[in-house]
Design a protein around this ligand. Structure first.
Ligand code: F0G
Length: 360
């Protein structure tokens, strides 16, 4: 029997949402069919928190082509860089931006250089940047210092900066808000999101506002941003010189989009709070072990923040909360394996195997 051939429809976020994006027929679209990620209704978390009428949804961005939400912004930034005649791109990164920049550069033929904080980047992200063929430079310093260097380099050399201070990054990333509204039929009442360099909270808020302006939705969500306690400059209202957290993706002490994050918070009537590494770790394990969703520690910061608010009865009855899970758990194998419950190694006999798994 002949296997039926199904035509492959190539569609990423630029094609899908072009009417909301600064593109034209002249823009060469560099896409890996990013976006269209699932909105997954929580199960165990509702029981755990005793929530009866509230619904929590996970927007699982770990299922993008390079395993994080950065692909949405990078398809735009790289397409526009190419349209503008650039030959090379550059970014500072805690890992995911580097992976996405390297992948889209590979696809477009642009050269790519990434600056990362030495020793503070998850292994999966580092190997992605290498294997996609970027020039990877480790900085003996943190993300904030790396970003300063990238700003300097790109102002002096003909290299395009593709961090989220590049406005096209935010434009691409706002499409996640569109997808959520398309799936729910309206905006949720609350949106929880981790905050690092603060580009993504800026992007979502812009997306929701533009969808309302375009009459696609009637209401706007309250934006709830969460920083890690050791890296919470916005919460403390001061630059953190030596940010620390196990959630290395958001280990940032001086966010580039600080002002826009405050606007998102204040215009939406939301908040920006912080969560401890312990709370992040609890949420990280809970969504993996009880919901079957493996997201990276930074993503779990948003879950931890939402849990903290739910325990204080912050959410009103009937509310829908969307929580963005920004990246895949596969990115950070070292953290995943850092717990007591490591894999057992035994002799190849049934009795030894049963000793480990117990009489189930
Ligand atoms: N979650 C993950 C998995 C991230 O990689 C980042 C940022 C964030 C959340 C925070 O998003 O910066 O827009 O507030 N990662 C950047 C990077 C900094 O270099 O990959 P933000």
């Amino acid at each position: 029997m002949a296997i039926k051939k199904v035509p492959v429809k190539k569609i990423g976020v630029i094609e899908r949402y072009q009417e909301f994006l600064p593109v034209s027929e002249k823009t060469p679209i560099i896409s890996l069919n990013e976006g269209n990620t699932p909105l997954i209704l929580a199960e165990a978390l509702h029981h755990e928190l005793g929530l009866k009428t509230i619904r929590i949804y996970f927007k699982f961005e770990g299922l993008n082509p390079t395993g994080s939400f950065k692909d949405r912004g990078m398809t735009m930034a790289v397409s526009k860089a190419l349209e503008e005649g650039a030959k090379a791109i550059m970014c500072a990164s805690t890992g995911n931006t580097a992976a996405a920049a390297a992948a889209y550069a590979a696809r477009s033929g642009l050269k790519c250089a990434v600056l990362i904080p030495e020793g503070k980047i998850a292994k999966g992200k580092l190997l992605q940047a290498y294997r996609y063929g970027a020039k990877v430079v480790m900085i003996q310093g943190n993300f904030d210092q790396a970003l300063e260097l990238v700003k300097e380099a790109t102002s002096q050399y003909p290299i395009k900066l593709v961090n989220s201070i590049n406005p096209f990054r935010i434009e691409g990333q706002k499409t996640a808000a569109f997808e959520i509204c398309d799936d729910l039929g309206d905006a949720p009442e609350y949106h929880a999101i981790p905050v690092g360099n603060a580009g993504n909270i800026t992007a979502y808020w812009r997306g929701y506002k533009e969808y309302r302006k375009g009459n696609r939705i009637e209401t706007l969500p309250k934006m709830l941003g969460f920083q890690a306690a050791g890296s919470a400059p916005i919460v403390h209202n001061r630059v953190i010189e030596k940010p620390e957290t196990i959630a290395t993706a958001i280990r940032i002490g001086n966010p580039a989009s600080w002002k826009h994050a405050l606007e998102a918070r204040d215009e939406s009537g939301g908040l920006i709070d912080m969560v401890t590494d312990e709370e992040i770790t609890w949420a990280y394990r809970f969504i993996a072990e009880r919901e079957g969703i493996f997201a990276e520690p930074a993503s779990a910061a948003a879950v931890a923040g939402m849990v903290k608010l739910a325990r204080k009865n912050y959410f009103e009855k009937g509310a829908r909360i969307v929580c963005t899970l920004t990246g895949s758990g596969l990115k950070d194998p070292d953290f995943a394996m850092s717990f007591e419950d490591k894999v057992a190694s035994v002799a190849p006999t049934l009795s030894e195997v049963m000793k480990v798994i117990g009489n189930q």
